[in-house]
Ligand binder design. Structure first.
Ligand code: HGY
Ligand code: MN
Ligand code: MN
Ligand code: MN
Length: 407
């Protein structure tokens, strides 16, 4: 049985991590920034050094292909190399670099599978700078028109299409109708389940539903010391009461309901000025689509009522809206069988985080492999997965892809 080279893979993760490295550890490679360009350039150079044919498509996705003995639709793996602002070495990067390690292992052994092997990095998976998240893979599968994606504004201003051109990744390869046999994504769990239970391989059955909304409350700034409570149009209070409601709603709903207010900006954000405006985001998730829909409706109803009580305007914008996704049962079984045959402990679970795999699942049989995140940490500079776990995950990726590519 071919064996991947764990040391080589870990070394490549550390090397990619030097692009956008944060002082003291961690990585900041927000999508389409100069740091992301550096990470992309490095990754494309690795792909080319492996003799892979590299295509950059119209939304900046990078797709590298290692030819098979027959010209058939490829077995693809991949993920993303953009990170959040306080990112780690492994989120996304592992899926792309493990794919390159699979190709290195095949090449070193002179193995040419029947089907080509493709390795992809997708643009703006994180959704931190541009929304929605998984934007590049969503366009790749035809789930979002290219023109709409290129017009997406960054939270810091520029349009996505302009940033793609600025960093030299406005490719020409078409998007929207991919021809892919199957897709596998190796990813860190980014949660505490595997680490807490001492499980080595997560057999991912699907991804939970994700809903993001931006709420902008607009009131009237006024003096904190002279304005009676009844005469205020306090945007800040309306926003913060809504944030508290979101938290309470998740607790009341229970099950796997999650609610996160990750960003909340007050204007003018001064101690003695009633906020004229409050801009906040709410991230709601649940494996249960009906419960998620109900929570979403309750949140918006409360926000509207709150705006009225405070005499402020409310604008709501949907930033992401993805139903729960189930992966291909036969491929999920294959991940589980190979992991168990390799002597790994396994657990079936849904993914809490969004992934490019949930978009590829719209067009081809898809499965994911999880490896543990120590202390469940991710989107945090202290994100960590030990080399032994990285090696196990990459070895399973090699085996399930090779089996699929030769069938
Ligand atoms: O938000 C997510 O789940 C993903 O990391 N973009
Ligand atoms: Mn990720
Ligand atoms: Mn992430
Ligand atoms: Mn993700």
């Amino acid at each position: 049985m071919l064996q991947i080279n764990t040391e080589r893979l870990v070394a490549s993760l550390l090397e990619l991590g030097t692009h956008g490295a944060l002082p003291g550890g961690g990585v900041n490679r927000l999508a389409l920034t100069d740091a992301d360009r550096a990470g992309r350039d490095w990754t494309v150079a690795q792909m080319r050094a492996l003799g892979m044919q590299v295509e950059i498509d119209a939304i900046g996705n990078g797709i590298a292909t290692y030819a098979g003995s027959e010209d058939l639709p490829p077995v693809m793996c991949g993920s993303h190399i953009d990170t959040v602002r306080t990112g780690g070495l492994y989120d996304g990067n592992l899926g792309v670099l493990a794919g390159l390690e699979v190709v290195r292992t095949l090449k070193d052994a002179g193995v040419r599978p029947r089907r080509p092997i493709a390795v992809a990095f997708f643009t703006n998976e994180e959704g931190s700078r541009f929304q929605p998240d998984m934007l590049g893979s969503l366009v790749y599968v035809g789930g979002l028109p290219l023109a709409e994606a290129l017009a997406a504004p960054a939270v810091d201003g520029p349009l996505l299409g302009d940033e793609l051109a600025r960093i030299g990744y406005a490719g020409s390869a078409p998007v929207g109708q991919p021809v892919v046999d199957s897709y596998f994504e190796l990813h860190i769990e980014q949660g505490p389940v595997l680490d807490q239970q001492g499980i080595q391989i997560g057999v991912v059955e699907g991804v939970q539903g994700i809903y993001w909304t931006r709420l902008v409350f607009t009131g009237k700034s006024n003096h904190a010391g002279t304005t009676p409570m009844a005469l205020r149009a306090d945007a800040g209070m309306a926003a913060m009461r809504t944030a508290a409601f979101a938290h309470q709603l998740a607790e009341q709903t229970g099950g796997r309901q999650l609610a996160t207010v990750g960003s909340l900006e007050l204007v003018p954000n001064l101690v003695n000025v009633i906020a004229a405006q409050a801009r906040m985001t709410v991230d709601l998730r649940n494996t249960d689509a009906a419960a998620l829909a109900q929570v979403r409706a309750q949140l918006h109803a409360f926000a509207a009522q709150c705006a009225q009580e405070h005499g402020v305007q409310l604008e709501a914008e949907t930033l992401a809206d993805f139903d729960p996704v189930a992966f291909d049962p036969a491929l999920v079984d294959s991940v589980e069988q190979h992991a168990r045959a390799a002597g790994c402990s396994t657990l079936r679970l849904p993914s809490g985080a969004g992934h490019d795999a949930q978009m590829l699942a719209r067009v081809c049989p898809t499965a994911m492999i999880f490896v543990p995140s120590i202390d469940g940490l991710s989107h945090n500079v202290r994100e960590y997965t030990p080399p032994a776990d990285i090696g196990r995950g990459a070895q399973i990726l090699l085996q399930v892809m090779l089996e699929r590519a030769n069938r």
